[in-house]
Design a binder for this molecule. Structure first.
Ligand code: NFE
Length: 503
């Protein structure tokens, strides 16, 4: 039986998933990016200092990661000596954006796969926000609309949390989480200039000052968000995990893991990172070499040669290409499929025993929830890994903000060679993000982005290997083949962003 799950909602962009179900098991799956954009083409021939601005327009969710990857690529190309303040401000902007993004993903994009929001109809308490939601849901249900109470309904049939207090508590936190996202975004905007699409991130640092008033404003916003993470987000996540323990064993990807590492702990981009990067394959972590990344287009809608390295990649759209089913390319590392994102970050850091908070939290929750670290490769594992990253990042940005020196510069002096090239690799919330820039005659000759969701939602490669999401779906048992709530939970656990994936 063939079933199309698309357009899959509660994610960013246009994703379709086609599945073939045999005897109640997904025997085949295709992840399809359904829209072409062409940012790399737009960048060709432009002033290089447009790049960190234009590439942020790839996405309104993770623009800061694009701004920072672009800045790092240009810093490498121009051989800039970034002052300590400049790197710290990049970290503060990027870190607060991660905090926003984890809350957005858990509450607005995933929680309703597990939490029974219809419990609100029977709410008898006096919380003004919940009373408003209850009355609105009742009015919607009585309205005769074809689709009342969106975005809560309609929903896939399946098992949801049954405890009314847990459901209503989670709904209250769903509302509060939006306020917390505002606070995280404000923190981003303090040094980034605005949200979304920072005006202040620049190759060589940040155009904002590091004044005491801005530092204290940033700290107080981030502290509130961290409090919410501990008091609400993690307990809600644990409630989901204890109600649906089967999801520690559902949705494992079948390849390796890749992370570039998040947030240098020093001015040099090559400084050790808060979360250490690496390639995890066959149980071993090795350093990343960007030249081992290739982009296959066997079934992607491009007529350009397949298997090119990042520096050589080309982009010729071919919407009618025979046999092609996605606008997403298929990046591979040494020819291997990689999962990127929170589970990759945590597993790779944990294996290298790098970050004490990561190690302590993984051990604590693995013990409490009765799982092994390897089970982070699962639906619940990706959710838990986001919470682990949130705690480690929250702690770090507060410490990092204390290291700012208000009297010192925040920007390197810019000198741009006529011809040069550079890579910039960071961790966006959704995973490993690489930008490459090459200049000729002071203009951009080539720009290439290899983006987290391009890895995760990639179609088959030249060898026919499924991408990470496709592989995680294949082999999954589904209760109701027409609905496949299990498949949607798997897809959501990766937090796909198709706007980023195809850019
Ligand atoms: Ni559009 Fe993004 C993140 C990047 S995902 S959200 O996080 O880079 O492919």
């Amino acid at each position: 039986m063939k079933v199309e799950l698309g357009p899959v909602t509660r994610l960013e962009g246009h994703l379709n998933i086609k599945t073939t179900v045999e005897n109640g098991v997904i025997a085949d799956a295709q992840a399809m990016g359904e829209m072409f954009r062409g940012f790399e083409t737009i960048l060709r021939g432009r002033d290089p200092l447009d790049a960190q601005q234009i590439t942020q327009r790839i996405c309104g969710v993770c623009p800061y990661a694009h701004g920072i990857a672009s800045s790092q690529a240009q810093e490498a190309a121009y051989k800039l000596a970034v002052p300590a303040n400049g790197r710290i401000l990049h970290n503060l902007i990027e870190g607060a954006n991660h905090l926003y993004d984890y809350l957005l993903h858990f509450y607005q994009l995933s929680a309703l796969d597990f939490v029974d929001v219809t419990a609100i109809a029977k709410y008898q308490g006096a919380d003004p926000d919940l009373v408003k939601v209850r009355d609105w849901v009742k009015a919607e249900l009585a309205s005769g609309k074809k689709y009342p109470a969106a975005p809560f309904l309609p929903r896939l049939s399946g098992q949801y949390i049954e405890d009314a207090d847990v459901n209503i508590g989670a709904l209250k936190h769903y509302l509060e989480a939006m306020e917390m996202q505002k606070k995280a975004n404000r923190a981003v905007a303090i040094f980034g200039g605005k949200f979304p699409h920072s005006t202040a991130i620049f190759p060589g640092g940040c155009t904002q000052r590091a004044s005491i008033d801005l530092i204290t404003a940033y700290q107080s916003l981030v502290r509130e968000v961290i409090q919410f993470i501990h008091d609400k987000y993690i307990p809600d996540l644990v409630a989901v995990a204890t109600t649906f323990p089967a999801y520690w064993n559902i949705g494992a990807s079948k390849g390796g893991f890749l992370s570039y590492g998040l947030m240098p702990r020093g001015a040099e981009v090559t400084s050790p990172r808060l979360l250490a990067g690496g390639v995890l394959a066959g149980g071993e972590v090795k350093p990343v070499d960007y030249d081992r990344i290739t982009e296959d287009v066997a079934v992607s809608k491009y007529s350009t040669p397949s298997g090119k390295k990042v520096r050589e990649a080309m982009l010729e759209p071919d919407p009618k290409k025979n046999g092609a089913y996605s606008w997403v390319k298929a990046p591979r590392y040494d020819g291997m499929v990689m999962e990127v994102g929170p589970a990759a970050r945590v597993l790779i850091d944990y294996k290298q025993n790098n970050n004490k908070t990561v190690r302590a939290l993984v051990d604590k929750y693995a013990g409490a929830l009765g799982i092994t670290a390897a089970q982070l490769n699962s639906v619940l594992g990706r959710h838990l890994s986001r919470a682990v990253c949130a705690v480690a990042i929250g702690e770090f940005v507060l410490e990092e903000s204390e290291r700012l020196d208000p009297a010192a510069p925040t920007m390197a002096e810019l000198r741009i060679p006529a011809e040069c090239e550079g890579f910039g690799g960071t961790e966006a919330s959704r995973g490993a993000l690489l930008h490459y820039v090459r200049l000729k005659d002071h203009k951009i000759d080539k720009y290439e982005c290899v983006v987290p969701t391009t890895w995760n939602c990639s179609p088959r490669d030249d060898k026919g290997q499924p991408g990470a999401v496709e592989g995680a779906l294949i082999g999954t048992r589904v209760e109701n083949p027409e609905m496949q709530i299990e498949a949607v939970r798997i897809v959501h656990s990766f937090d796909p962003c198709l706007a980023c994936a195809v850019h």
